[in-house]
Design a protein around this ligand. Structure first.
Ligand SMILES: Nc1nc2c(ncn2[C@@H]2O[C@H](COP(=O)(O)OP(=O)(O)O)[C@@H](O)[C@H]2O)c(=O)[nH]1
Ligand SMILES: [Mg+2]
Length: 291
């Protein structure tokens, strides 16, 4: 049974009334279930409200939710979820997120993916805080067979980013993916560093460069992912999301919650630990799969 029919059926079993039109008790239970499924309070309330204003029978709830989500995320703009990279320009992906969400792994997978698509790809070891981080990124660079830029121990992340951009420009790379630290001495330091890295990028690139800050979120953390998104948005402008660990206990709801609350599109989904385990997000396919 799919994720959303599951929600609707749970409500049916709980409310044994066979009322044909949804009532207040039904709507309250629906809101609770949607929140439990990580769709977020705002989306759950707004959807219930739309049913209140324009009631329907229980049978139609699932279809109405599907419609609501498609409308909310721009039925006419499925492009929203697509990374607008092109080989005719330099594309820079600044990958941010807390420790352990899967930044380095996703960078390895993306590098592999873009290389296969014909991009000249460089990855930059911007997580200079943990010694093991560079080694791990190196390992991924080897697996993906792409070049890596790293500086001597103790170098600053901003220096890594500066050098990487310089290398990308002079050696005609068209894809640069930058790893960053997920934790520094404290949150303020981390946010300050990310702001600085973004400034270095903006200062050293021309308007023909696509610069995309991608926040990596672990889908298994549910609503905690939403809090992380809020924190990072305070520090820097985010452009999109990479949602990892979507294999196993997939929590589809969080995709919608984030997109709905922050108008941030999930562009890639990590589905495992292998090099190939990353997919481009496809809204229509995603909704069909879960309804
Ligand atoms: N199952 C699964 N594990 C993942 C995925 N992405 C990352 N991981 C695992 O999550 C852990 C942390 O990943 P890492 O890339 O080091 O996170 P970082 O600290 O954000 O750089 C590692 O054990 C990865 O193998 C995914 O899509 N699926
Ligand atoms: Mg890492």
């Amino acid at each position: 049974m799919s994720f959303f029919s599951n929600i609707v059926n749970k409500i049916k079993t709980k409310l044994s009334s066979s009322a044909r039109l949804i009532d207040d008790a039904y709507l309250e239970e629906l809101e609770a279930q949607l929140i439990r499924c990580d769709l977020g309070v705002k989306l759950a309330f707004d959807f219930a409200d739309s049913l209140r204003k324009n009631p329907c029978g229980e049978q139609q709830v699932q279809e109405r939710l599907k419609e609501f989500l498609l409308n909310a995320f721009g039925k006419h703009d499925s492009d929203l979820f697509k990374l607008k990279a092109s080989k005719n320009q330099l594309n820079i992906l600044l990958v941010v997120g807390v420790n352990g969400v899967g930044k380095t792994t996703s960078i390895g997978k993306l590098a592999h993916r873009f290389k296969k698509q014909g991009y000249k790809t460089l990855i930059a070891a911007g997580d200079t805080f943990r010694a093991a981080a560079e080694e791990q990124l190196n390992h991924w660079a080897q697996r993906a067979q792409v070049d890596i830029l790293q500086l001597e121990e103790g170098a600053k992340a901003s220096a890594v980013v500066y050098k990487a951009i310089e290398k990308a420009q002079t050696e005609n790379y068209n894809m640069l993916i930058i790893d960053t630290a997920g934790r520094l001495q404290n949150k303020a330091n981390l946010m300050e560093e990310l702001t600085k890295l973004k400034q270095v990028i903006d200062k050293n690139t021309d308007p023909n460069t696509l610069v995309e800050t991608m926040l990596v979120l672990d889908s298994t953390t549910g609503s905690n992912a939403v809090l992380q998104a809020e924190n990072f948005m305070e520090a820097t402008e985010l452009n999109s999301i990479i949602l990892t660990k979507f294999d196993g206990s997939a929590r589809a709801g969080v995709v919608f919650s984030i997109a709905y609350n922050f108008k941030l599109a999930v562009k890639f989904i990590g589905t495992g630990e292998r090099l190939e385990d990353i997919e481009e997000f496809d809204l229509n396919q995603f909704i069909s799969k879960y309804f």
